[in-house]
Design a protein around this ligand. Structure first.
Ligand code: NDP
Ligand code: GDR
Length: 326
């Protein structure tokens, strides 16, 4: 019998790629979206899977709603990808970020415990939980030091996941994923902001790129490979937590340099450092050690930094070109 999966955050980057991956594995896939005046299914459409995913309204703020969805869908696996996921906004909306990103995960876990504790549960944890550098590279044993309301909310969700595993025997896994990017990345995140603006500049539609902290370093991987790791975690004999990362770190400046180089331009002619994009507290250096995932899950990143930048720039050149009829 085909397995059934429920994915929260289906309208986001990872939701779309995970749905595609699970459909290819023969899963029945339910996508949970929150009600809005215009539902955004652009990413599912981009991947050509809009009609293959069954959609169900679910808001992480509403426990009753979540319980009824689990009763209706009866999933074998739940992937909790929904969150207020933009770190910069979490400084402006700390309480709502805590409600969605932190307590939202607790509501999901409670619903699993109430409806069917046999459901396998994946929590989308984040390298942001490592925050202020305590050690490099960061692995499952590195102490956490969250530096934003987003990271603090994710840390609460992470420990709740561990607690539900230990307290109630729920098959709950926390994937501590480092930044992963793609042509489906939201435009406010720095990588996509860079590649989209580079494409606009190349097409003569923009003249400059305003960025904040150019020295921040991140471990950037390719999103479709990262959703495979989520699935692998739920296929093991025992639930556990895993770091998923490439093991390489690059600065925002290096990303911009590489992206402009892809279209034959010099980043220094276009990038303007703008304090408006600085954060009250930032994470300066992330680099992950995914040895445990390699050994236990057989997971490895395949796409290099240069390939990632190029594929994102090329996708945006095409998109911007199509929009302006070139
Ligand atoms: P996105 O921001 O692209 O997607 C977030 C999703 O959450 C959207 O579908 C959004 O819906 C949904 N959502 C927000 N609030 C609610 C709510 N109250 N109820 C139900 N759904 C809600 O994130 P990504 O796909 O990039 O990331 C997926 C998850 O992984 C997130 O939890 C993120 O924090 C985490 N993560 C991401 C990493 C990355 O590098 N991408 C790294 C580590 C962790 P809507 O479209 O309506 O806004
Ligand atoms: P991050 O991603 O905060 O790591 O969270 P983001 O791309 O927003 O920032 C990365 C780094 O770039 C610096 N930066 C800028 N960031 C943005 N967005 N816009 C700018 O103009 C800019 N200029 C410099 C930031 O200061 C930061 O240091 C992402 C999200 O997907 C989280 O949900 C996820 O948990 C983590 O990745 C892992």
């Amino acid at each position: 019998m085909a397995k059934t999966a429920l994915i929260t955050g289906i309208t986001g980057q990872d939701g779309a790629y995970l749905a595609q991956f699970l459909l290819e594995k023969g899963y029945r896939v339910w996508g949970a979206f929150r009600r809005s005046s215009t539902v955004n299914l652009e990413r599912l459409e981009y991947l050509g899977i809009r009609d293959k995913v069954e959609l169900v309204p679910l808001d992480l703020l509403d426990l009753g709603n979540i319980i009824r969805v689990l009763e209706k869908v009866q999933p074998d696996e739940v992937y909790n990808l929904a969150a207020q996921s933009f770190v910069a906004v979490s400084f402006e909306q700390p309480v709502v970020t805590g409600e969605i990103t932190g307590l939202g995960a607790a509501r999901m876990l409670e619903a699993v415990r109430i409806v069917n504790p046999q459901i396998k549960f994946y929590q989308a944890s984040s390298s942001e939980m490592f925050g202020k550098v305590q050690a490099v590279p960061q692995n499952e044993n590195t102490p956490f030091y969250p530096r934003s309301p987003y990271a603090a909310a994710k840390l609460y969700a992470h420990w709740m996941t561990v607690n539900y595993r230990e307290a109630y025997g729920i098959f709950a896994c926390s994937g501590i994923l480092f930044n992963h990017e793609s042509p489906l990345r939201g435009l406010e995140f720095v990588t996509r902001k860079i590649t989209y603006t580079v494409a606009q500049i190349k097409h003569g539609l923009a003249r400059e790129l305003r960025l904040g902290n150019l020295e921040a370093r991140r471990d950037w991987g390719y999103a479709p490979e990262y959703v495979e790791a989520m699935w692998l975690m739920l296929q093991q004999d025992e639930p556990d937590d895993y770091v998923i990362a490439t093991g390489e770190t690059h600065s925002v400046k290096e990303f911009a340099q590489e992206a402009f180089a892809c279209v034959g331009l010099d980043w220094r002619d276009y990038v303007v450092e703008d304090p408006a994009f600085y954060r009250p507290a930032d994470v300066e250096l992330l680099v992950g050690d995914a040895t445990k995932a390699q050994q236990k899950l057989g997971w490895r990143p395949r796409t290099t930094f240069k390939e990632l930048v190029r594929l994102m720039v090329e996708a945006d050149l095409k998109r911007v070109g199509d929009r302006c009829g070139r």
